[in-house]
Design a protein around this ligand. Structure first.
Ligand code: CA
Length: 227
């Protein structure tokens, strides 16, 4: 069986190291981030089987990370909260976490919760999301895009851009909104990058299939139309 890949986002370095070693010992692959923003970036760029997420983090807090990961993935997420943050557990679960664990916890407790979360995930995955707009489907679990059941080969950024447009279908999104959401606040570069990628997408999903999914409102922005 393939090793399961876990992403641990935790800024307490000692605790992170301890959990990492224990999980490796149990046969998991583990990646560790100590900063919220780096963690979200890694969760976006790589495929993991589970997220272990601290609540209070530098950069971006756990609830926000959870909320954003849920936009494109149904993977199991377990929140790790300090004792005095227990009040936040409701917010954590509201944001889409599957479970939470209060620190300090016994490692056996974490392992048990992980097994339960994996079991739920494989039993029909209630968080699995397929978005659809008139023949265009996005399977966010597999990060797979199809038009009339034909697979469309997209780069990572093209996929993220399309996902953002489809999640907000029929809403006109400005270049700035798209830039912030898809490229991130820290993006420094050509501002016409959005137009360039819209062009790539159009050639792959509009022109290739003789459709018109992506619409332009001149001087305002772009949207995906669903009738
Ligand atoms: Ca923390």
């Amino acid at each position: 069986m393939e090793r399961k890949k876990i992403l641990l986002i935790e800024d307490e370095v000692k605790l992170a190291r301890f959990v990492e070693l224990e999980l490796r010992y149990e046969g998991y692959d583990v990646a560790v981030c100590h900063d919220g923003r780096d963690g979200l970036k890694q969760a976006t760029e790589e495929n993991f089987d589970m997220l272990l997420l601290d609540l209070m983090l530098p950069g971006l807090n756990g609830i926000e990370i959870c909320r954003r990961v849920r936009k494109f993935s149904g993977i199991p997420i377990i929140m790790l909260t300090a004792k005095d943050e227990v009040m936040d557990k409701v917010a954590g679960l509201d944001s889409g976490a599957d479970d939470y664990l209060t620190k300090p916890f016994a490692i056996e407790e974490l392992l048990a919760r992980m097994r339960v979360a994996f079991k739920h995930a494989t039993a029909g995955n209630p968080n699995k999301m397929i978005l659809e707009v008139q023949g265009l489907q996005i399977d966010t679990d597999k990060r797979l895009v199809t038009v009339d059941d034909q697979v469309v080969d997209l780069t990572k950024k093209e996929y993220e851009l399309l996902l953002y447009l489809v999640q907000n279908k029929n809403i006109v999104l400005s270049r700035e909104q798209i830039l912030n959401e898809v490229w991130g606040y820290s993006y420094i570069g050509e501002t016409n990058v959005v137009d360039v990628y819209i062009r790539y997408l159009r050639s792959k999903i509009d022109e290739a299939f003789d459709r018109k999914y992506i619409h332009t409102i001149r001087g305002v922005g772009y949207y995906v139309k669903d009738e």
